[in-house]
Ligand binder design. Structure first.
Ligand code: DGL
Length: 248
């Protein structure tokens, strides 16, 4: 039996869990969404570290063999602290995302990184990308996209207006790669494709699956199930998560 714990600040990490579940890399996934304290992305570093360690403690009750930190904000500041407290591998979406960029992009590509305020301010993506020779990086915090996704608004006028607010100074045709550096953003992929016609999109969930397969040698199992937990509004959370997990 191999068991994976996944946590996120809320429901957004379901975009990561969905990919892992579809790839059937674990017999069992235990997902925790910290719905009582979402969003993490506007909070300071020490608060996010404390919340992340609490999520780890909760997930340890299920005898997990792996921890996936689905939240970009937590991955940006809490990975080292989590690794100190875990006796199993802890993988975060930022390392995975940078690896995915390396596989898909050229060194002189124009990369647009978007995420929460904390993820962008942490400089984690930017410094890892620069170490690997990617220097054309534009980083923009885009926190308003999170509540839109929470409300299941993925396309249309409101999304277009928020895109206009954040991206009006950008020549969209010159962007080669967009790092969707927040668990919520994969739900907006149709809108990203509409606005950024030629960009390759980096999706944290797909990036994590690739990393688990390539670096940890995980392979497809016959069966994979998921159990869902949240710190508040559990019934509503489960309903929404199941819709997101099994929507096409
Ligand atoms: N899950 C968070 C992330 O990926 C986005 C929502 C939040 O701010 O907590 O950064």
């Amino acid at each position: 039996m191999n068991r994976c714990g996944i946590f996120d600040s809320g429901i957004g990490g379901i975009s990561v869990a969905r990919e892992i579940l579809r790839a059937k890399l674990f017999n069992k996934i235990i997902y925790f969404g910290d719905t009582a304290r979402v969003p993490y992305g506007n909070k300071n570093e020490s608060t996010i570290i404390r919340y992340s360690l609490e999520a780890l403690e909760f997930l340890k009750n299920f005898n997990i063999d792996f921890l996936v930190v689905a939240c970009n904000s937590a991955s940006s500041v809490a990975i080292d602290e989590l690794r100190k407290e875990a006796s199993f591998p802890v993988v975060g979406v930022i390392e995975a995302g940078v690896r995915a960029v390396e596989k898909r992009a050229k060194r002189n590509d124009n990369i647009l990184l978007i995420g929460t305020k904390r993820t962008i301010a942490s400089n984690k993506y930017q410094s890892l990308l620069k170490k690997r020779g990617f220097n054309n990086i534009m980083a923009i915090p885009t926190p308003l996209l999170v509540p839109l996704v929470e409300e299941e608004i993925y396309e249309g006028r409101l999304v277009d207006d928020v895109f206009e607010l954040y991206f009006n100074g950008i020549n969209k045709d010159e962007i080669d790669v967009i790092i969707l550096g927040c668990t919520h953003y994969p739900f907006l992929i149709p809108s990203f494709k509409k606005h950024f016609k030629k960009a390759t999109l980096i999706h944290s969930g797909q990036a994590i699956v690739e990393m688990l397969e390539d670096e940890y040698g995980l392979v497809k199992r016959d069966n994979s199930t998921i159990e869902l937990f949240a710190s508040e509004g559990v019934d509503e959370f489960r309903k929404k998560a199941l819709r997101w997990l099994f929507q096409s």
